[in-house]
Design a protein around this ligand. Structure first.
Ligand SMILES: [Zn+2]
Ligand SMILES: [Zn+2]
Length: 276
């Protein structure tokens, strides 16, 4: 690293350290300041287009094959096998056509999601969208007509001040030049935090929670549904069901991370509710 670059980097670290405020105000200020790698803040990203350095990209808890070709569930216990249907998809559990997540809900992937969602650190949007982009094949990018984020209930939206799924969807749509419809899907039922609920309880909790407000915008469209975390799939399922009811041609779900109940290396941080 050159002396000049080192100085620039040190100055930026200094400026970031001068932000004593919490919440959206500081998050907005942070957005204006260029920074190093999203993961380590030490190294510089591999390219101007990337938010991640080589080391952190390598260390991200990527989900890789073998996975379920429908819901994207990884099979950690059979690393040598090919992709195959999981038990849930054998039973046609989900109403979306496919789902994919970039990474396990762990390490820096979970940290980034939590900083965005619970800390209002909006500078996490580009690095997380970069993860979403990594998962999308060229075929899928060509295929999608429109992007729809999972909506928050208006009460949650007022509490948080933003919908993290909408922020991710907007940035992804901007990069892919695909229209984003943030107001087409509406969360009409308030649901209590779902952290401690099992899958059946979550499904019951979100049943009928979503409605499509402008079915004409959805009819015949191949839709990409965006959320931050796939936990049991109940929320994505309900959203996909509402979109299919409005005659969406296809619904594919994409999330930054996937939380698996039997794969929680550091469960203490699971207390934050990822379902809202
Ligand atoms: Zn890094
Ligand atoms: Zn599956």
């Amino acid at each position: 690293m050159t002396f000049e670059r080192l100085n620039v980097k040190n100055s930026l670290h200094f400026l970031h350290n001068l932000l004593p405020f919490k919440g959206l105000g500081s998050a907005f200020l942070e957005l204006l300041l260029p920074r190093g790698c999203a993961g380590c803040r030490e190294n510089w990203p591999v390219s101007a287009e990337s938010c991640w350095c080589d080391v952190c990209r390598e260390k991200l808890p990527w989900i890789r094959s073998p996975i379920c070709p429908v819901c994207g569930r990884p099979f950690q216990k059979s690393p040598g096998s090919g992709d195959h249907l999981c038990g849930d998809c054998e039973l046609s559990t989900y109403s979306f056509d496919s789902a994919r997540s970039a990474a396990f809900h762990s390490g820096v992937a979970r940290d980034g999601v939590h900083r965005l969602k619970f800390g209002g650190h909006l500078h996490w949007v580009p690095p997380l969208v970069e993860l979403l982009e990594t998962v999308l094949t060229d075929e899928m990018k060509q295929r999608i007509d429109l992007i729809v984020p999972v909506p928050l209930h208006v009460r949650r939206l007022r509490q948080r001040g933003f919908n993290q799924a909408a922020l991710l969807a907007r940035e992804l749509g901007r990069r892919l030049e695909i229209p984003v419809h943030c107001a087409v899907l509406f969360r009409r039922i308030w649901t209590e935090p779902q952290t401690r609920l099992n899958r059946e309880e979550r499904l019951h909790n979100v049943k009928g929670a979503f409605v499509v407000l402008r079915p004409a915008d959805i009819k015949g469209k191949k839709t990409l549904l965006i959320d931050d975390v796939f936990t049991t799939g109940s929320t994505l399922c309900e959203c996909a069901g509402a979109l299919k009811e409005a005659e969406a041609a296809e619904v594919h779900a994409l999330t930054v991370s996937r939380s698996l109940p039997d794969w929680r290396p550091d469960a203490s941080l699971q207390d934050l509710d990822d379902s809202q």
